[in-house]
Design a protein around this ligand. Structure first.
Ligand SMILES: Cc1cc2nc3c(=O)[nH]c(=O)nc-3n(C[C@H](O)[C@H](O)[C@H](O)COP(=O)(O)O)c2cc1C
Length: 212
């Protein structure tokens, strides 16, 4: 276990792509340990309406990688149609894109990947059901990423493949009424020193006693 106090763990758990160790195997017992920790996060009504699919078979991983890359291709094509990335301009954005490319090129080499899914579809759901459903799994996923980091492993939140969610559902035989949260690489990191990243200043984003 790394020597990180809670604040250090919370502020240095990064999206790791360039520093994932694609060569080093990750024991299933370690993944299970991190998942057991993740399951302790809150979930609405404690219904545990989830399933946690781990792929660690190399042949299957190649197929998952192809779906991930295809999904990102779909996204990029949509962006081109609509005139470019809609997000804010942030420092070191160029580094994000080379890092994203690195994961794309090496995804098939990952020792393992996690696909959390929850029961229910959000297409027709009102905000209550959306917030309750997503809010009942996202915290566990983040706990999983923190638990990995505490043990010298890393991940990155990725949603790119969801442009092709149905393809992955077919590959992994996920029933149609389940929603996929994303794809979460699992690998040891090369080195364990990570730093807090840029975020907008607190004064820009906190509203006391109202939005403004
Ligand atoms: C909802 C969400 C979706 C994301 N999707 C992708 C993705 O498809 N591919 C990828 O490489 N990174 C993805 N990321 C990672 C972000 O790009 C990353 O968190 C961001 O660059 C900030 O880095 P940091 O978390 O280390 O501060 C996603 C992150 C979030 C929270």
């Amino acid at each position: 276990m790394l020597d990180l106090d809670p604040d250090a763990l919370l502020t240095t758990t990064r999206a790791v792509r360039k520093r994932l160790d694609f060569e080093r195997p990750v024991p299933r017992a370690l993944i299970e340990e991190c998942l057991e920790i993740a399951f302790q996060a809150p979930n609405g009504g404690n219904m545990n309406n989830w399933r946690w699919i781990v792929v660690d078979d190399a042949e299957l991983m190649a197929k998952v990688a192809a779906i991930y890359n295809g999904g990102l291709d779909d996204y990029v094509a949509k962006l081109d149609e609509s005139g470019g990335y809609p997000g804010a301009v942030v420092p070191r954005a160029d580094l994000i894109s080379t890092s994203v490319d690195h994961l794309r090129e090496n995804f098939h080499r990952l020792p393992a990947v996690l696909i959390p899914v929850f029961a229910g579809r959000m297409e027709q759901a009102n905000v209550f059901y959306q917030a309750s459903s997503w809010g009942s799994i996202i915290q566990s996923v983040w706990s999983f990423m923190l638990a990995l980091r505490a043990r010298g492993l890393g991940s990155a939140w990725t949603t790119g493949h969801l442009w092709r969610e149905a393809d992955l559902a077919e590959l992994l035989e996920i029933p149609a009424h389940f929603t996929q949260v994303g794809l979460f690489p699992i690998a040891y990191t090369k080195g364990t020193d990570f730093k807090p990243a840029f975020r907008k200043d607190a004064s820009e984003v906190i509203g006391w006693n109202g939005f403004g």
